[in-house]
Design a protein around this ligand. Sequence first.
Ligand code: HEC
Ligand code: HEC
Length: 292
Amino acid sequence: MGELKKEVDELSGVETTGHEWDGLKELNNPLPKWWLYIFYASIVWSIGYWIVMPSWPLVSSYTAGVIGYSQREVATREFDTAMAERAETGSKLLEASLDEIRSTPELLEFAMASGSAAFADNCAPCHGTGATGFVGYPNLQDDVWIWGGTMDDIAQTISYGVRSEHEDTRFGEMMAFGRDEILNKEEIAAVANYVAANLAGSTPEEGADLALGETVYVDNCAACHGDEGLGSPELGAPNLTSPNYLYGNSVEAIEAQVFSPRHGVMPPWIDRLGETTVKSLAVYVHSLGGGQ
Ligand code: HEC
Ligand code: HEC
């Protein structure tokens, strides 16, 4: 390699580096002072940072730095604090009455958030994401309750289920009037038409014997569903004047139910979800529309 020839550029009076490309020569201007200072300052800063903070990877660990900072520890500490706060709010929730929950924004917010999350995870498959139910799975948005609509009623239904394997389950069964030959075909048709016409507000068949239907109802049904058809939460006998029938309010649907009832099953949740989540769910379900 020949020695590079330094020369001074005629126009600017600045020395060139000697590099030349197609007649263009590079001027050897010094670096600006501000740039240099920032450059030196960053070197000093990075050395300081290496010493103070965790920085260099080693074979099986890393240099911890003199202050021993760890993002994992910070995250763990924040998580523990959040869990402790949760547990504290949860135990306050357990002790609070519905009125207290409603008047304490912290509790209400906690219950609604954890209740709606638990509902989406556990209940939506049967009751629907909007809690409006399906055939056989009750609508939880309306103000008609098979098993009662107070906070305590709802919490009990959620805790132990309906016709479930839990020993404290809610239980109530309607007889299979047709299958077990308690009523004959004419009586079943008559009572189904009577329920449709006088309680459900749906259309009876033409020429139906509503007088016979009434007799059959009073003798066989009123004990559980009530004289006026308003149902009984103790027995789990639905309100027959509600528009949201579990199994449909047409004459055929009612006949099918009277012939052979379905006896829907709702699982118990207390052992799976725990008291706090069940209470949150009760607050959430109660708030959906028709809590009593
Ligand atoms: C496997 C399906 C299924 C799942 C999952 C389920 N339920 Fe139910 N639920 C039912 C059935 C069926 C009934 C009606 C039982 C009957 O015939 O009385 C019911 C009834 C209820 C009732 C009583 C309604 C009334 O009118 O009294 C409430 C409240 C309720 N469920 C809440 C919940 C909550 C909250 C969850 C989630 C933790 C849940 N359910 C999960 C099937 C289910
Ligand atoms: C021993 C109490 C009992 C008696 C008596 C009884 N039921 Fe029921 N009924 C229930 C229960 C509990 C249910 C809830 C669903 C189930 O068990 O399948 C129900 C459900 C129904 C339903 C379905 C409601 C819906 O939401 O879809 C109809 C309709 C009905 N009963 C009509 C009658 C008629 C008509 C009679 C008389 C012939 C009668 N029941 C007698 C307890 C009773």
